[in-house]
Ligand binder design. Structure first.
Ligand code: TRP
Ligand code: ZN
Length: 460
């Protein structure tokens, strides 16, 4: 609603009226080409909000050809004359909006610009369908790591943090636009596809198998996977929900996933109910990737993980997947919290305590500046997103908070954080505000020293 004064001003100038245009009936403008993240300004798009992705994919490991059709359901958040999706590479054969052919062009590294035959009205839902094919190109990040659709000896390791999802599907690639997903993936018979959520069906005919998975809880697009290859798949239950554990038979055997139910139960005791309706793990043989990822409901591992790594990734289901950052510079809200979660799992098992981990790390001399900088709350740029400080000094921040406010208040803060922000997006200042509210303390200096000052904290 405009105040009288504002509407008088607007009425006085047609130019102002047009630039204020999106909400004004009759004026249709392009959605922005990026969601404006400080580290990945072109990732994500403006002007609409996705509610669902339906991805129908076919993959041939021998030729590395991916054939895809994406049907995306979205709602316009402005009167849209055109809008972008993020997609890297591929040849597009057809784009339709609400069932009618739409014009499209490619721009920059990752923009697919779609112009529907008529404008899309604010508040209305629409569907966009894109048919595409090609050999996916692996995405290399500013820190040199690889992601996206990464070929393996027998399939593909599929990960999208922070910007690999457009390497395999057209997407509004911002963590702020969560949506539900379904996946229909057809592969040569004998291969297994592991996507997010629950397994709906798998049917073979003519030498191929179609795997259908459904993620019915909101998911940030970077957490989608369709990792595929030769796997031994074990379906069981953790509590009342299905659990899917897939292990590449070429990996050395291990039993680390037997701990999965206890780990989930332990984090439920701290962070509240497990947020999703499926759980699991995918251990692939993809050591060139060099990291694991907390893909929603079933983290993927590039090798046989150790128990600490499994605990880390499972804790991300609450901290990262259900409660997700709004902007990438706040990555410590994921990695610092998940690293602290490793520590508390160890403490719970009567092994090294969280304080023990803190003390060991705190002994690192101030002169070892590469250990203490960049500060976890401000990694500086995308090349430092996953630096050691984000994990270690981030976790030390959590443990230091525990000491500062005491266990009762601390565990109250952690649980409230996860409960209040379930399926949401968050910022560091929201965490600070919640910690201050629950503790009744002014923690500005504390968090400034731990999160934002580049040198070793000495008093807080
Ligand atoms: N989020 C992952 C984890 O800690 C790690 C990760 C994702 C990563 N992408 C990366 C690490 C790129 C280094 C480089 O579980
Ligand atoms: Zn992590």
């Amino acid at each position: 609603m405009f105040t009288r004064r504002t509407s008088a001003l607007l009425a006085a100038s047609a130019v102002v009226l047009i630039s204020a245009g999106p909400a004004v009936a009759g004026i249709y403008t392009p959605g922005s080409s990026g969601a404006g993240d400080p580290y990945f300004p072109q990732a994500g798009n403006g002007g609409y909000d996705v509610s669902h992705y339906s991805l129908t994919l076919g993959y041939e490991p021998a030729s590395k050809q991916l054939t895809g059709r994406a049907v995306i359901t979205a709602t316009a958040t402005q009167n849209l004359s055109r809008f972008d999706l993020d997609l890297r590479g591929f040849t597009i054969s057809k784009v339709q909006v609400n069932g009618s052919p739409a014009a499209y062009e490619r721009a920059g590294d990752q923009e697919l610009v779609i112009t529907p035959s008529s404008g899309l009205r604010v508040g209305r839902s629409f569907t966009v369908s894109i048919a595409y094919a090609g050999v996916p190109r692996v995405v290399t990040d500013p820190d040199g790591s690889i992601e996206g659709w990464v070929p393996t000896a027998d399939g593909a390791f599929v990960v999208g943090e922070p910007q690999g999802s457009p390497g395999w599907y057209p997407v509004n690639d911002t963590p702020q636009d969560k949506a539900t997903f379904d996946f229909h993936v057809t592969v040569p018979e004998g291969l297994t596809v592991m996507a997010n959520g629950v397994l709906v069906s798998h049917r073979s005919s003519g030498g191929r198998t179609t795997w259908v998975w459904r993620e019915s809880d909101p998911m940030a697009p970077y957490l989608a996977t369709a990792t595929l290859g030769r796997f031994d798949l074990t379906v069981s239950k953790v509590g009342t929900i299905p659990s899917y554990v897939a292990i590449d038979p070429t990996l050395p055997s291990g039993n680390v996933f037997r701990k999965l139910p206890q780990i989930v139960q332990f984090y439920e005791s701290i962070y509240g109910p497990y947020p999703f309706n499926a759980v699991g793990s995918v251990a692939d043989n993809a050591p060139a990737v060099g990291y694991s990822l907390e893909t929603q409901t079933k983290p993927v591992y590039d090798r046989m993980p150790d128990e600490t790594t499994v605990a880390h990734e499972l804790s991300h289901m609450w901290l990262g997947d259900s409660v997700t950052l709004r902007r990438w510079p706040d990555i410590w809200l994921h990695e610092g919290f998940a690293t602290w979660s490793e520590w508390i799992w160890s403490e719970h098992n009567g092994q090294k305590s969280a304080q023990g981990y803190f003390d060991t790390l705190y002994n690192t001399p101030a002169s070892k500046t590469s250990f203490w900088a960049p500060p976890p709350g401000n990694p500086g740029d995308a090349a430092h997103l996953f630096d050691g400080t984000v994990y270690d000094r981030g976790a030390m921040t959590v443990q230091a908070l525990r000491n500062k406010v005491g266990d009762d208040t601390f565990f109250h803060i952690m649980r409230a954080w996860v409960t209040q922000n379930r399926y949401g997006n968050v910022t560091t200042s929201q965490f600070i505000a919640l910690a201050e509210k629950i503790s009744g303390m002014n923690l500005d200096h504390f968090f400034d020293v731990w999160l934002y000052q580049p040198q070793k904290p000495t008093s807080w």
